[in-house]
Design a protein around this ligand. Structure first.
Ligand code: ADP
Ligand code: MG
Length: 258
C-alpha cells in the first residue's frame, strides 16, 4: 500500500517559489496497477520520485506499507528503498562501466545476498538476456538496456515497482515487450506497478489511471477505495516472461532498519 497524503512540493526557482505538486492525496492498494498521466510539466516525475523516496516533499507525508518515508534518515531510506521499491527510468540509468550482470548484481550485493552473481544471472535469463550478460550498456539496444533495468529493479523482489515513462525511449514493439515484462511481474508476483506514461493505450492497460494537471490531481479512474474491486481495463494476456521468485540463496535477508 502506498499512501500519499496532502503532498506538496514547492521549490525556489529564479528567486520565486514554484508549486510543483499541490496537496496531492491518493492511496494505492497492494497489487494494483496504476498509470499516472498528464501533460509535460504537470509533476508526474516529481510525484513518482517522492513515492520512491528519491526526494522529500515540502509538505505532507508518504507511507509505504504503513511506514512514513518522508521522515526517514538517508541511510535508513536507502535500505528501505532497496527492500520495498524498484525504480525504472525512461533513460535506463544503467551504470556504464559495469556489465549487464554487474548492474543487476549491485542491489543484491548491497543487500547482502551472498550469491548475487548467480541470482543476477537467473534474472537476466528470465528477461532473455543470457547471451548478453557480459555486455556493457553501450553494447546493448535500448530494449535490452531497459530489460536489464527491469531485472535490476526487481532483483531484491520489491513489492512495488515504479517506472517513469519506461517505454518513452523505445519503439512501440520494444516498448510493448517491456510492458509485458512489467505486467508479468505484477501477475506472477503480485507486484504493485505504478508507471508514468504518455501512451494512452498503455495507460488503459493499467487497472487505474490517475491524472495530474499543474501539480494537482485532476482525475482518478478509481476514486473510491478501499473496498472497491477493479478489474483491469485490458490486462494484456501476454506473456511468457518468468522471473525467478525466490533468491538463489535461502539466507537472503534484508536487515531491518534501526
Ligand atoms: P512531468 O514529469 O509531469 O513532465 P516534472 O515532475 O518533471 O513533470 O516537473 C514538474 C514541474 O516542476 C516542471 O515545471 C519542472 O520544470 C519543475 N521542476 C522539476 N524539478 C525542478 C527543480 N529541481 N527545480 C525547479 N523546478 C523543477
Ligand atoms: Mg517526467
Amino acid at each position: 500500500m502506498i499512501s500519499v497524503k496532502q503532498v506538496s512540493m514547492v521549490l525556489a526557482a529564479a528567486g520565486r517559489s514554484v508549486t510543483i505538486l499541490d496537496h496531492i492525496t491518493f492511496a494505492i492498494p497492494v497489487k494494483q496497477t496504476v498509470a499516472i498521466v498528464g501533460p509535460s510539466g504537470s509533476g508526474k516525475s516529481t510525484l513518482l520520485g517522492l513515492m520512491a523516496g528519491l526526494d522529500r516533499p515540502t509538505a505532507g507525508s508518504i507511507e509505504l506499507d504503513g511506514t512514513d518515508i518522508t521522515t526517514m534518515s538517508e541511510s535508513r531510506m536507502a535500505r528501505f528503498r532497496r527492500e520495498k521499491v524498484g525504480y525504472i527510468f525512461q533513460s535506463f540509468h544503467l551504470i556504464p562501466t559495469l556489465t549487464a550482470l554487474e548492474n543487476v548484481a549491485v542491489p543484491l550485493e548491497l543487500s547482502g545476498e551472498r550469491h548475487a552473481s548467480e541470482r543476477a544471472a537467473d534474472l537476466l535469463a528470465a528477461v532473455r538476456l543470457s547471451d548478453r550478460m557480459g555486455h556493457y550498456p553501450v553494447q546493448l539496444s535500448g530494449g535490452e538496456q531497459q530489460r536489464v533495468a527491469v531485472a535490476r529493479a526487481f532483483a531484491c523482489r520489491p513489492p512495488i515497482l515504479l517506472a517513469d515513462e519506461p517505454t518513452g525511449n523505445l519503439d512501440s514493439a520494444t516498448g510493448a515487450q517491456v510492458i509485458d515484462l512489467l505486467l508479468s511481474l505484477h501477475r506472477d508476483h503480485g507486484t504493485t506497478l505504478v508507471l508514468v506514461t504518455h501512451d494512452s493505450t498503455l495507460a488503459a492497460s493499467m487497472q487505474r489511471v490517475v491524472s495530474l494537471r499543474d501539480g494537482r490531481l485532476e482525475s482518478d479512474s478509481m476514486p473510491s477505495f478501499p473496498g472497491s474491486t477493479v478489474e483491469p481495463a485490458a490486462e494484456r494476456s501476454s506473456s511468457n516472461w518468468v522471473l525467478p521468485s525466490s533468491p538463489s540463496s535461502s539466507d537472503f535477508t534484508v536487515e531491518p532498519g534501526p
